[in-house]
Write a protein that binds this ligand. Structure first.
Ligand code: SF4
Length: 204
């Protein structure tokens, strides 16, 4: 970061994300990852597919490596936690206008999905999170999270967000000294964002 805010990784092969995870595991420290990031950008044609500049594409891949490294670091610590929260980004709702029937709970700064659209990512992810024992929050931004965590005393967090928000969230979990897992958006932006439900399923 910083790189162009709007990008779309949904057409990049899944192998890219698997190679990213392996690279994160092998190298451990993301700061030494510049060479690997460069190789991945070229190998998976990230520049061409996303329209990002070469240096932005490298920054993006470095951010993703950092996210997956932290996931590996915290994965085992997520086990046997009873009070868990899943944070979803409101920008992934199918509709960003009055067609979305979610109710905004201002006391928690969260949208409560009313399941108006079966194929809405937020609807599916909300049901998935609840079925796995998570309290689910659909938040307008990461700044809402500290208040929610403080109020409810969560022991573990999972967040779906853009790289920038996930970086802030990583500081937060260090501050609260609780483990967390992250799922980065595959389509970034301010609306109609996307994330990989399969990846979320594996983490939950
Ligand atoms: S399914 Fe939920 S989040 Fe999606 S548009 Fe409907 S109310 Fe909004």
């Amino acid at each position: 970061m910083p790189y162009k805010f709007n990008f779309d990784l949904t057409n990049v092969s899944r192998q890219f994300f698997e190679d990213l995870m392996k690279a994160s595991y092998r190298h451990g420290f993301h700061r030494r990852m510049a060479k690997t990031a460069r190789t991945l950008v070229k190998k998976f044609k990230i520049e061409e597919i996303t329209g990002l500049t070469f240096s932005d594409a490298i920054s993006l891949v470095e951010d993703l490596i950092e996210i997956y490294s932290l996931n590996l670091l915290y994965r085992d610590k997520m086990k046997n936690k009873n009070k868990k929260a899943l944070f979803l980004p409101h920008c992934a709702r199918k509709y960003m206008d009055s067609r979305c029937k979610a109710i905004f709970d201002s006391s928690m700064s969260t949208y409560i999905c009313q399941s108006c659209s079966e194929d809405c990512l937020i609807n599916i992810a909300t049901n998935l999170g609840k079925s796995k024992g998570y309290d689910v929050y659909v938040v307008p931004g990461g700044s809402c999270i500290p208040g929610i965590v403080n109020k409810n005393g969560y022991e573990a967090l999972v967040g779906v967000a853009c790289g920038m928000e996930l970086k802030l969230a990583s500081e937060l979990i260090k501050k609260f000294n609780i483990p967390g897992q992250a799922v980065p958006l595959t389509k970034n932006g301010c609306a109609h964002t996307k994330f990989d439900l399969e990846e979320l399923k594996k983490i939950l």
